[in-house]
Ligand binder design. Sequence first.
Ligand SMILES: NC(=O)c1ccc[n+]([C@@H]2O[C@H](COP(=O)([O-])OP(=O)(O)OC[C@H]3O[C@@H](n4cnc5c(N)ncnc54)[C@H](OP(=O)(O)O)[C@@H]3O)[C@@H](O)[C@H]2O)c1
Length: 336
Amino acid sequence: MKAYAYVDRIALERLVEIDQPDPVPGEHDVVVAMKAAALNYRDLAIADGDYHIEVQPPLIPVSDGAGEVVAVGKSVRRFRVGDRVCAVYLPDWTHGPIRREVAARRLGGPSNGVLRELMCASEEDFVMAPRHLSFEEAATLPIASVTAWQSLFVNGSVKPGDNVLVQGTGGVSIAAIQLARSAGARVISVVRTDKHRETLYRLGASDVLLSDDPSWHRQLFAVTRAVGANVIVNVAGGETVSDALLAASGAATIHLVGYAAGKMVTFDMFEAIRRAAKFLVAAAGSRASFQELVKLLELEEIRPLIAQRFSVRNHREGMDSLRRGGHLGKVVLTFD
Ligand SMILES: NC(=O)c1ccc[n+]([C@@H]2O[C@H](COP(=O)([O-])OP(=O)(O)OC[C@H]3O[C@@H](n4cnc5c(N)ncnc54)[C@H](OP(=O)(O)O)[C@@H]3O)[C@@H](O)[C@H]2O)c1
């Protein structure tokens, strides 16, 4: 089988095609023919040597993927040949709160990821893909959508009537908009460009505000009848957190998900104290959260948004596109 790997050094220009023997499943293993993979910011961070944990070569990169079960070990109970599955990003985090040791094994770095035609792993490392989604759509779920789910409904508890402020239009942001809306919240998008306004409305945003408009906080308090945002999903970190805090209601929950604008977060403690703000840091989500997410997506027929598709052979173009940004939704690679 073919795979893509960093063999001796981790850097995008060193990602090469390799041949490996086809895997034979152990007693509790399944073999999955990968059909699609989805890119995340971490795939770039790892390639750039700028990730928050150490990752060493050799490595098969990319964390998110979906495919079809083509072989099962003799004691496998959860899956059959022909099942459509998603790989779990943090396979050792099955349920409950995260513990340091279960966060060590991460698909796509430091553990081997999904850029391979056949992935062989324990049956515990997969979940059933939502029935209504294509492989490409299902491949987008493991990090972005599970993180949005875990933040909104496990770390936090979004409920009908909440005002949920979501920053950005990337994978986590789109999932957060769709999930918060399905929970009955009012969703307000704050974005850097006006070009996605109509799509954001279609996905579930009630209001779209521009972050470089100095009056965006005033507009937010106007549309929330002076309450402000009870829940904030911040994907960029850095100084954007202090700006987001000014939109918060009393006792607001602020989910710190990402660091696209900077890993050092600053905010004014006086503003935080005035609101008794609660800051919660996201760390993806458990397999149980993934399974709950799948149920909701099926029930509400929610489809993740794909921004662009590339053949897995053109993974470099996909990575370049992710780096340029400005996309709405996920960048996907297909195995052909
Ligand atoms: N903690 C966790 O478990 C976890 C899980 C998933 C992701 N993340 C992190 O969360 C972030 C978003 O992930 P993603 O998958 O949604 O990424 P993505 O699809 O690549 O989208 C990038 C997002 O970051 C926003 N952004 C980038 N630079 C910005 C800036 N200077 N100011 C404001 N916004 C900026 C973009 O906003 P525009 O739409 O305006 O371009 C977009 O929403 C990344 O940093 C990622 O590493 C963390």
